[in-house]
Design a protein around this ligand. Structure first.
Ligand SMILES: [Zn+2]
Length: 281
């Protein structure tokens, strides 16, 4: 089954035509995991999953919403919980939401050092603290984790190394969403039992050469496919708003790289997602 393992239909970019977008999902045998980025979008992901059988939810606070990073207007016009004073309260509500039956994972959570503003030392410490808190929540609820990792432009791998250090000491299941490092780093995550998530970036040609190698080398039973919509639309929709049905283009690219039938890639990555998130078939 085609599964978009990481979407944001809970973002404002879909407000004007959400019914049509979900309608296109419902026309096929397909499931979508909507991932929370802060309290409001986590709530919205749960609401949508309550409404539609083909949708499930993940809840969490993305590292860029722990204050001190740039944010994006496609997500929400008003960021509701990034004030440091409100974080504690927001996280308590995430804990409550995590008990809802539609919630299949904790996330997205992790480390994002890409565009830190003002005080990087404090911000990194806070990201690490909340990352650990999300991991503890996942343990408590027996849920897998959706990891986000992004390093600085001039040192992109350091954040991955830091994440690996943390995860090597945990026994936790999950997916490194939108995996963006090289094969040696990928191997380390695979050795720890994690899945790797691939987005439309893999269709971007030359720019994606490293990633193509990672996808080629990663066993199919450890790959999840995702859109990360509204972002990262695959070719030939690059630059437009992305949506869940385009995840098939990611499957096609992986099939091409691995020289396998597309149907096998869709079937296996779908089973991987159903297993990881413990979703009924
Ligand atoms: Zn995301």
């Amino acid at each position: 089954m085609l599964i978009d393992s990481h979407a944001h239909l809970n973002f404002e970019a879909f407000n004007h035509d959400l019914d049509e977008v979900i309608g296109r999902v419902r026309q096929r045998p397909m499931k979508v995991i909507n991932v929370g980025s802060q309290l409001s979008t986590s709530r919205r992901a749960v609401e949508l999953a309550e409404q539609f059988d083909c949708l499930s939810a993940a809840v969490g606070i993305h590292p860029i919403h722990l204050a001190g990073c740039r944010r994006d207007t496609k997500e929400t016009a008003a960021s509701d919980d990034q004030a440091v004073n409100d974080l504690e309260r927001a996280f308590k509500q995430i804990i409550t939401l995590a008990g809802q039956p539609q919630v299949v994972a904790i996330g997205e959570t992790g480390l994002d050092y890409f565009q830190l503003v003002d005080d990087p030392v404090t911000i990194r410490a806070r990201q690490r603290e909340y990352f650990l808190r999300h991991l503890a929540l996942a343990q408590a609820k027996q849920l897998p984790v959706i990891f986000h990792c992004r390093g600085q432009a001039d040192n992109p791998l350091a954040a991955y190394d830091e994440m690996l250090d943390v995860l090597a000491q945990q026994s936790i299941r999950g997916v490194i969403h939108c995996f963006g490092a090289d094969w040696p780093v990928a191997e380390k995550f695979l050795a720890l039992g994690f899945y790797l998530g691939f987005t439309g970036i893999i269709t971007f040609g030359k720019k994606a050469a490293d990633l193509e190698l990672v996808a080629k080398n990663t066993p199919l039973d450890r790959i999840l496919i995702e859109t990360d919509c509204p972002y990262l639309a695959p070719e030939p929709h690059r630059g437009q708003r992305n949506e869940p049905i385009y995840v098939e283009l990611v499957a096609r690219k992986i099939a091409e790289l691995k020289n396998l039938p597309v149907s096998q890639v869709i079937e296996q990555t779908g089973n991987n997602a159903l297993n990881l998130f413990n979703i009924a078939r």
